[in-house]
Design a protein around this ligand. Structure first.
Ligand code: PEP
Ligand code: MN
Length: 664
């Protein structure tokens, strides 16, 4: 059904064509628009074939929408159309690189961090930097081979030789690379060596360069010019899209103001502004924005807090010796610290730091999968879904998207046991289940399931901030609501808000997303649900009030579950980076003095940190207790393995739930 705008309009619009449109209908649409004074062009925008129309024409959008072969018509009042959110409502997710099997996503629910030196200085320097930033969690490598420098006497870069070194370093670490292109001729030469082109700030309005680079079909990182307005910046992005590429990432890198203390002034407000005006991802370069090493990390964190989809950061192993931009380049240790802070901050803004598997982890994953029989073969099938309990829009589904990415097929099931069953019987590759809430404590049902399913292990963890919303029908308003549906946890976590409305009747539901779904089904205006914003989106409902949880520090810890292969769990490829440094176990001890102490001593003597210890009554055995323990795995893994062997001898019932990478 075509979406119809009944107003006559002038300006820019796009006509999204139906999938199977005939050549005749296509031609009729072109003629129709040309006759009314528009210039028309055909191209693709994301998955859609579109006709873009601009000029001083006047058209009745209602009439236009009725022509055969039209899926949708969208008009924009802005001077740009392809980059405008008015013509393309959904966030664009840009994928970079797939050589080597590693592809990195920019945009969506992830935070993507690109790091590397300002310039490639030597083969050793770029390889060393790549290894260091990769170790800290960067997923893409940056570096200039052609440097547009303010002074003609400053180091100009190693050129194609530098690019070859960078490509090698990127492949070694499994990181796609991004490098600046300074002329249309070079763009052609560089095309097969780089995964993404960077258009530098000084070249943002080099329109011939934009047209050439846009036509090559590679992703492009477009820096904002030091004196460019947001509109000029978006028009430059429009050049790139209009030339053929779909994959453009915008990069705020500081603008020139009267302030001279910092190199430039980071325009933080540009981030939310551009995210509203455009569907393209926005990242921030804090290094060129502030130009002072000690201030880079603060600016980087501010950018993430303001909604940036990622960062590009200059890092040098020895900044004092750097041939360019040493004073703003982070030491690798500072970058490591910054990455830890970003990881802690991401859940607060509802995102997850993107991690990609390192080449050695891909080999390990494949080797593990290759050793076992049928079960593991399934795990390599990318089309197998990840299971969660609940309906579309559930918090578990949010966790799943963060861990596995937007394109992963998902299987919403009825209850946690169904998730364990699906992973065990191979109908799902992995499952995502909550184990602990920062306010409400452990989810015992899932701990019980781990004990009942010894072939299922914990393979990863993820912390999700839980923001509750009051959600209702499009026509509902908060004054007219009388009944509230949610999971009892939803009620408990929004106690203060509910206390302000003593007249409301509370109806408990199985899960928050199901409560939202019921309202959509019934079209009820007097009923509202307490659930996440994603549930409102998934079921076409309206958020009546956002952030109604009593305590905003409300996090749920989810774990990824997988089937064991031999005695190891299959690792989720997307979280396979970094050492497996955390483990979970459940045990009970004999009812005699010092029995728990003996267990703790084993950990203490081997320097193993205990991050959680919780006791819980064993059902059917009054006054006997199970202990849930989470521990860190020290670098010397043998110490950990020995501790586990000893624990088995000191405990009654010992269940090892899995080893995985700790989320910060
Ligand atoms: C760079 O990223 O190395 C660079 C030169 O940035 P900008 O174009 O933003 O100055
Ligand atoms: Mn630089």
């Amino acid at each position: 059904m075509p979406k119809i705008f009944r107003i006559p309009m002038m300006g820019h619009m796009i006509v999204v064509l139906s999938k199977g449109i005939s050549n005749h209908d296509r031609e009729m649409i072109r003629i129709y628009l040309k006759d009314r004074g528009f210039q028309v062009r055909e191209q693709s925008l994301g998955e859609d074939a579109i006709i873009g129309a601009s000029g001083k024409g006047v058209v009745d959008l209602h009439e236009l929408g009725l022509l055969p072969g039209i899926e949708r018509v969208a008009a924009t009042s802005k001077p740009y159309e392809l980059v405008s959110r008015e013509t393309h409502g959904e966030d664009t997710i840009v994928r970079v690189g797939a050589g080597n099997g590693v592809s990195v996503q920019i945009g969506g629910s992830r935070i993507t961090v690109i790091a590397g030196p300002c310039a490639v200085e030597s083969r050793e320097q770029i390889r060393e930097t790549a290894a260091r930033v990769r170790e800290s969690g960067a997923v893409m490598l940056r570096g200039g081979a052609y440097k547009p420098r303010t002074s003609p006497y400053a180091f100009q870069g190693l050129g194609m030789e530098g690019l070859e070194y960078m490509k090698e370093a990127g492949e070694e670490q499994g990181m796609p690379i991004v490098t600046e292109v300074v002329s249309p001729e070079l763009a052609l030469q560089m095309k097969d060596l780089t995964d993404m082109f960077q258009i530098g700030a000084r070249n943002m309005q080099n329109f011939e360069l934009l047209k050439k680079v846009g036509s090559l079909g590679k992703p492009v990182l477009l820096k904002r010019g030091p004196s460019a307005t947001i509109e000029e910046w978006l028009l430059s992005a429009e050049y790139l899209l209009a030339s053929g590429t779909k994959d453009v990432v915008l990069c705020e890198r500081g603008i020139r103001t009267f302030e001279t203390y910092t190199r430039n002034t980071l325009d933080i407000s540009a981030i939310p502004v551009v995210k509203e005006l455009s569907h393209l991802p926005v990242i921030v370069d804090p290094s060129h924005a502030v130009g002072i090493r000690a201030k880079v990390s603060s600016a980087a964190l501010a950018a993430i807090a303001a909604g940036a989809d990622g960062l590009t950061v200059e890092v040098h192993p020895r900044p004092d010796d750097a041939l360019s931009d040493g004073p703003q380049s982070l030491y690798p240790e500072q970058f490591e610290r910054l990455m830890r802070d970003i990881e802690a901050l991401s859940p607060v803004v509802g995102k997850e730091l993107l991690r990609t598997p390192r080449p050695e982890h891909i080999r390990l994953h494949n080797a593990l999968a290759g050793n076992a029989e049928a079960s593991s073969r399934d795990l390599n099938r990318a089309d197998l879904p990840v299971a969660f309990s609940g309906e579309s829009g559930a918090f578990a589904e949010q966790a799943l998207l963060r861990a596995f990415g937007e394109e992963t097929p998902r299987l919403g099931l009825d209850g946690f046991k169904a998730v364990f069953d699906a992973v065990l019987d191979g109908s799902a590759a992995f499952g995502m289940v909550p184990v602990e809430n920062s306010l409400a404590g452990s989810v015992h049902e899932n701990y019980d399931l781990f004990l009942r399913y010894p072939d299922i292990a914990m393979a990863g963890e993820l912390k999700l901030r839980i923001v509750h919303c009051l959600i209702g029908d499009e026509k509902a308003d908060i004054e007219g609501v009388g009944i509230i549906r949610s999971h009892p946890q939803g009620f408990a976590q929004c106690r203060d808000f509910l206390d302000k409305h003593p007249g409301w009747i509370l109806e408990p539901w199985n899960n928050t997303a199901a409560a939202a779904a019921s309202i959509a089904r019934e079209g009820a205006v007097k009923v509202a649900a307490i659930a996440g914003e994603a549930a409102a989106r998934a079921h076409g409902l309206k958020v009546l009030k956002q952030g109604i949880e009593t305590n905003p520090l409300n996090y749920t810890r989810f774990v990824i579950i997988s089937r064991k292969i031999g005695d190891k769990a299959a690792l989720p490829p997307s979280l396979g980076s970094g050492p497996l440094n955390k483990a979970s176990m459940v045990f009970s001890v004999s009812d005699e003095p010092g029995s728990l102490f003996a267990c703790l001593r084993i950990l203490s003597e081997r320097g193993i940190n205990l991050s959680k210890l919780e006791s819980r009554p064993i059902q059917g055995k009054p006054w006997e207790y199970l202990f849930y323990a989470d521990v860190s795995i020290p670098e010397a893994e043998q110490d950990f393995d020995r501790a586990v062997e000893e624990l088995k001898t000191k405990t009654r019932d010992f269940h090892f739930l899995g080893r995985y990478r700790a989320s910060r």
